[in-house]
Write a protein that binds this ligand. Structure first.
Ligand code: URA
Length: 209
């Protein structure tokens, strides 16, 4: 079974409070989501492999460490996932960015791919799939499936707020994918919103409501 990591760093929790607040406007919401994504990227990259190099400081020769050239890919689930990308790229600027778009089939109610554009070297990369909200888990499960179908082997899922239902769905479908969240909320309501959550992440990011 995959692991769930809750990033309870005070800065993340502080910023998340203002993200949740319904009085926070679009500009500030967007900035805060980006900032939290940066802080989460700091935590999620904790296990990146290092390699030793030789350098010269102004004082002497020294052995030092650099990141061992791991190839990373960030995959936002359209559209709200886009709000987290720039924040992650601040710390991992060389990462490639793919996109996965899904819509809900009105008859089956299941998510269906309508857009998938990934880096060409999928099999060589480690991926972080991002979406601010993990609600029922339907989109996350399908996006991860789409990525695996194209050859991805090492995938992490990162979101701001998760519902227990979503965590369970991802763990059931993808026991190899660890989940990184800023908060685990109480439940989903009858409309599929996370409670207390933050409302519709896409609308609040893009000012479409
Ligand atoms: N998607 C959102 O944007 N918000 C929720 O609460 C659930 C799904």
């Amino acid at each position: 079974m995959s692991k769930v990591y809750v990033f309870d760093h005070p800065l993340i929790q502080h910023k998340l409070t203002y993200i949740r607040d319904k009085h926070t406007g679009t500009k500030e919401f967007r900035e805060l989501v980006e900032e939290v994504a940066t802080l989460m990227a700091f935590e999620i990259t904790r296990d990146l492999p290092l390699q030793e190099v030789e350098i010269e400081t102004p004082v002497s020769k020294a052995k030092a460490k650099v990141i061992a050239g791991k190839k990373l890919g960030i995959i936002p689930i359209l559209r709200a996932g886009i709000g987290m990308v720039d924040g992650i790229l601040k710390l991992i600027p060389a990462a490639k960015v793919g996109h996965i778009g899904l819509y809900r089939d009105p008859e089956t109610l299941k998510p269906v791919e309508y857009y998938v554009k990934l880096p060409t070297d999928v099999e060589e990369r480690d991926f972080i799939v991002v979406d601010p909200m993990l609600a029922t888990g339907g989109s996350a499960v399908e996006a991860i499936r789409a990525l695996k179908k194209r050859g991805a082997k090492n995938i992490k899922f990162m979101c701001l707020i998760a519902a227990p239902e979503g965590v369970e769905a991802v763990q059931q479908a993808h026991p190899d994918v660890d989940i990184y969240i800023a908060a685990l909320d109480e439940k989903l309501n009858d409309h599929g919103y996370i409670v207390p959550g933050l409302g519709d992440a896409g609308d609040r990011l893009f000012g479409t409501k």
